[in-house]
Design a protein around this ligand. Structure first.
Ligand code: ADP
Ligand code: ASP
Ligand code: MG
Length: 409
């Protein structure tokens, strides 16, 4: 029997200083000393990716996705080298590998590439030689050898995808909170840590803004049944396990509340109400790799309708350029854009079997005079778009209304 294989991922805060990297090295060594083979995935030191993106913006107001990837991928290169040095100084043999050296193969979508395949040979050779393997998160390589990055938070995806590819026993995500909470604990002090959360709920929570796990990492986890354990770098406390749903989970109606301030709302006014209009507006956005989220089309009046949707804030200008051109072609009366919105969502597998959840949400918000601009629902979530300035209030009152507040806080 070979030794258990553990993939550990450490985020930016965990790698934020020399002392913290040395602390991470001690934790990694402990895991290795306990008889495990260890693959470590690390992020850039905290603030570094933002700093590098800032440099790109300072040098050019144009987007140069390929070159931006060359620049931002360096953050993780620094981290892997430093951690491998710290491990060696502790007497733990270690080697650092870039995405290209592994190799982590992706598509060509610079700045938001998707992992397509991971080669395990090099990693297994290093593990067999008794080394801890330190892999750069967030980056990969396309078929032409170009460096790609996976989108913000992408080191989580590297971690879970590696765990799947290597058939690791567990993927531990080490971060600056002790697990997945009922809502962002940094916004709501009464948030409660969840001992377990289903892949499906975690998928919704991640896609709706809970940045503790990147969405694609949860997709990999669900697809390949990777056991994901989210926990703190700074304590020994058990964290949250992301796993298959069970009956106990279904008894909880709402298990989490999320918010997302990273979208803008675009409204196309006075569009002729004809077949094919939605496709004509949205297909060019999809072709430009812009992900459209909530979509609302009003009831038609005098043959015209309004078409409203949300896009990531970072894609707003690109989306507006496309939409304004199409609006003219379609004979729409105008295009409006609101960057000051937030989406607040309630998530829970128990919603499948409980009625009245959405209306309770709307009543709770109404009682605080918070106006709802858009609504969307699925089997296990309800989302609303509201004015950004009410987001904290909305999350707090919903957290209380659905009985999620920690008893002692
Ligand atoms: P890392 O750098 O380790 O990847 P992130 O900053 O990406 O860490 O993610 C951790 C952060 O996610 C926490 O500090 C917390 O503010 C935020 N967060 C948002 N929603 C949740 C949630 N439901 N549970 C835990 N953390 C959350
Ligand atoms: N360093 C990258 C980011 O800041 C990836 C990550 O931290 O997961 O988004
Ligand atoms: Mg993260």
């Amino acid at each position: 029997m070979s030794k258990p294989l553990v993939v550990q991922k450490y985020g930016g805060t965990s790698m934020g200083s020399v002392e913290r990297i040395q602390h991470v090295a001690r934790r990694v060594k402990q895991t290795a000393d306990a008889g495990n083979r260890v693959v470590v995935v690390v992020s850039a030191m905290s603030g570094e990716t933002d700093r590098l993106l800032g440099l790109c913006q300072a040098i050019s107001s144009n987007s140069h996705p390929r070159e931006a990837d060359q620049v931002v991928a360096t953050g993780e290169q620094v981290s892997i080298g430093l951690l491998a040095m710290a491990l060696r100084d502790l007497g733990q043999n270690a080697v650092s590998l870039l995405g290209s050296q592994v190799a982590i193969r992706t598509d060509r979508a610079h700045t938001k590439a998707r992992i397509q395949a991971i080669e395990g040979d090099r990693i297994f050779r290093e593990l067999d030689a008794g080394r801890v393997v330190v892999v750069a998160g967030f980056q990969g390589i396309d078929d032409d050898g170009n460096v790609t990055t996976l989108g913000r938070g992408g080191s989580d995806t590297t971690g879970v995808a590696l765990a799947a590819a290597l058939k690791a026993d567990v993927c531990e995500i080490y971060t600056d909170v002790t697990g997945v909470f009922t809502t962002d604990p940094n916004m709501v002090p009464k948030a409660r840590k969840l001992a377990r959360v289903s892949y499906e709920e975690m998928l919704e929570m991640a896609s709706l803004g809970a940045k503790v796990l990147a969405l694609r990492s949860v997709e990999f986890g669900a697809k390949y049944s990777v056991k994901i354990h989210v926990r703190s770098t700074f304590s020994e406390e058990e964290g949250t396990v992301v796993c298959q749903e069970d009956e106990e989970m279904e008894n909880v109606v709402v298990s989490g509340i999320t918010y997302n301030k990273n979208e803008s709302k675009i409204a196309v006014r006075g569009v002729p109400d004809q077949p094919g209009v939605a496709a004509r507006l949205l297909s060019p956005l999809a072709e430009a790799n812009i992900v459209v989220d909530m979509i609302v089309q009003n009831l038609s009046a005098q043959g015209h309708t309004d078409f409203t949707f949300t896009v990531p804030k970072s894609d707003t200008n690109a989306a507006l350029e496309i939409v304004e051109r199409l609006a003219k072609e379609l004979g729409a009366t105008g295009v409006e854009c609101d960057r000051g919105i937030a989406k607040v969502s309630i998530v829970g597998v128990g919603m499948r079997s409980h009625a009245g959840v959405a209306s309770k949400m709307f009543q709770t918000l109404a009682a605080e005079n918070i106006n709802i601009q858009m609504i969307s629902t699925s089997e296990i979530k309800v989302s609303v778009v509201i004015d950004e300035k009410y987001v904290e209030l909305a999350v707090r009152v919903l957290h209380s209304a659905f009985g999620l507040d920690a008893p002692d806080a």
